[in-house]
Design a protein around this ligand. Structure first.
Ligand SMILES: Cc1cc2nc3c(=O)[nH]c(=O)nc-3n(C[C@H](O)[C@H](O)[C@H](O)COP(=O)(O)OP(=O)(O)OC[C@H]3O[C@@H](n4cnc5c(N)ncnc54)[C@H](O)[C@@H]3O)c2cc1C
Length: 494
């Protein structure tokens, strides 16, 4: 990186907040999707909005690509510095600025860890509802960018339903405020446009979130089945009965095997082919009846074991298994990619059977653990990156899974975003006209394409910065990844 730029950055930020050491930069070469790696040229750690804005203006002056990064737990390569440049790491902007109990809102900086908001609000009987399974580490800024979901979003809605206002540094370094902390937005709902724009429309530097009162009562059930079909049918039947559980999570036999062998051991039945973790919450009155109705539906679908957690301790244990499931996969294989797609709930059995067949055909293990209530599928493909043939197969298999999900009427992402991983699948769902419309919106916010380039849109499109890139087929990506995994310091090319 140009010494002049580094010198100027050190005038904006303390010296220790500008990292250029190659070894330290290794940490930032990928996010939670380690299939794609590229080292940024620099990482900076601002503490204030003004510092973010100044860094952005400097990057614009020197035409250097830059991107925001939270905790780096993203699973679609959103925080991958595809073209190198400057990573603006927001984890040091981690203060909860205020909690307004009467109006049930909190104002937070983007680097605040999701769970910390609920912990800070707990003494007032409030909490922040969207709860990604990564909530112990992911940042609220990353959640806003990805419009993240979580087990309890089935009932309470995704991140977008809980963000009232934001402060944002635009791609050219202006500081703007959008939304209305008091409630209804005035004018265009631009907060709705920014939430889910995957760090390509601006850098969010302050967020006003909605807090909810903690439910009066909660009941958590675990139902075990001998077949995927019976388990999936239960999901449909619960929803069809007019019950909206606060969470309805599916875990398969492989996931149970991994969880039970790990520190997240939750007492899941090892002989189950599939199990559901179901939670209902609300007023104490009537909750028992709802819970009984669910037990009845499970039994009707031949659940062989239905357990209702006796107390908070047992509840917490059941959730520990679910929330630790991704981490537990290390028990089954050294590497894993987490796929994310949405399918109509009623198509779950056939899709899971088809994925199982693919798993056999490719010779790669697949575990399934997902938010079944909203049809948000997460096949976890297990592999060993030391074996080149396995790495190559990942690309073919993930493409087949995506096509399958789209063919049954599904979509490319339920919550992890498109990022770098799935940009070339966008054509499966959208027409040329659809994509051009989206790209025009992007052009308004990111006119020079310097902010988080090469994300979301297929690389070959001749619009905004996309025109700079050429098509990268899955096979080509495979070759590059192979080179990266085999240790060549080659940059991700376009
Ligand atoms: C074990 C595990 C479980 C997970 N479970 C879930 C789940 O249940 N539901 C779910 O939705 N996701 C889940 N995820 C994915 C991930 O945690 C979420 O996408 C999360 O929101 C990413 O937050 P982050 O702070 O790590 O963001 P990063 O990975 O650092 O960045 C993600 C994207 O956000 C952008 N970004 C970051 N901060 C800002 C900002 N301040 N302003 C603008 N853009 C920004 C980045 O440029 C990037 O494009 C899981 C991940 C893991 C590893």
């Amino acid at each position: 990186m140009n010494k002049e730029v580094i010198g100027k950055l050190r005038r904006i930020l303390p010296s220790a907040a500008v990292v250029e050491d190659e070894t330290e930069l290794l940490v930032y070469e990928c996010d939670g999707l380690p299939l794609f790696k590229n080292r940024p040229d620099l990482v900076v750690f601002p503490r204030t909005t003004e510092q973010v804005a100044q860094v952005v203006r400097l990057a614009n002056e020197y035409r250097i690509p830059f991107l925001p990064r939270g905790a780096g737990t993203g699973l679609s390569g959103g925080a991958l510095a595809v073209e190198g440049g400057i990573v603006i790491e927001l984890q040091r902007m981690n203060r909860i600025l205020s909690i307004d109990i009467e109006n049930r809102i909190a104002v937070v900086q983007p680097g605040v860890v999701n769970l910390h908001i609920s912990q800070a609000a707990a003494p007032y009987g409030l909490y922040y509802a969207p709860d990604p399974s990564s909530q112990m580490s992911c940042s609220i800024g990353g959640n806003v960018a990805e419009n993240s979901g979580g087990p309890h979003c089935l009932k309470y809605g995704m991140t977008t339903n809980h963000i009232l206002a934001i402060e944002m540094v635009t791609a050219r370094g202006e500081i703007i405020r959008l939304g209305n902390p008091a409630g209804e937005p005035i004018g265009l709902d631009l907060v709705g446009v920014i939430v889910g724009s995957e760090g390509t429309f601006g850098i969010v530097t302050e967020i006003t979130v909605r807090l909810l009162p903690k439910p009066q009562a909660v009941k958590t059930l675990l139902a075990a089945f001998h077949s995927v079909e019976e388990c999936s049918q239960t999901v449909s039947d619960v929803i069809a009965a007019g019950i909206v559980p606060s969470a309805l999570e599916f875990v398969d036999a492989k996931t149970i095997e991994a969880v039970e062998a790990s520190v997240y051991k939750a007492g899941y039945p090892l002989d189950a082919v599939a199990a559901l973790l179901i939670e209902v919450d609300g007023f104490r009155e009537g909750l028992e009846e709802t819970s009984n109705a669910i037990v009845e539906i499970c039994r009707r679908n031949r659940a062989y074991d239905v357990r209702v957690a006796k107390d908070d301790e047992e509840r917490a244990k059941l959730w520990l298994g679910r929330k630790g499931a991704f981490g537990a996969m290390g028990r089954l294989a050294p590497d894993m990619i987490t796929m994310d797609a949405v399918i109509p709930r009623t198509r779950l059995p056939e899709v899971l059977v088809a994925i199982d067949r693919m798993s056999e055909r490719y010779g790669l293990g697949v575990a399934n653990v997902f938010h079944a209530g909203d049809g948000n599928l997460h096949p976890l493909i297990l592999f060993d990156s030391r074996y080149q043939d396995q790495v190559e197969k990942i690309f073919g298999m993930s493409e087949e899974i995506m096509k399958l999900c789209v063919d049954v009427g599904g979509s490319l992402s339920g919550e992890h975003g498109i990022g770098y991983e799935k940009k070339d699948f966008m054509d499966l769902v959208f027409t040329e006209a659809d994509l051009n419309t989206m790209m025009r919106v992007k052009q308004v916010f990111n006119p020079d394409g310097l902010l988080n380039p090469a994300k979301i849109f297929p690389s070959r499109r001749g619009c905004t910065e996309i025109g700079k890139h050429t098509t990268t087929s899955t096979a080509e990506i495979g070759k590059k990844v192979e080179a990266i995994l085999l240790g060549s310091p080659q940059k991700v090319q376009h």
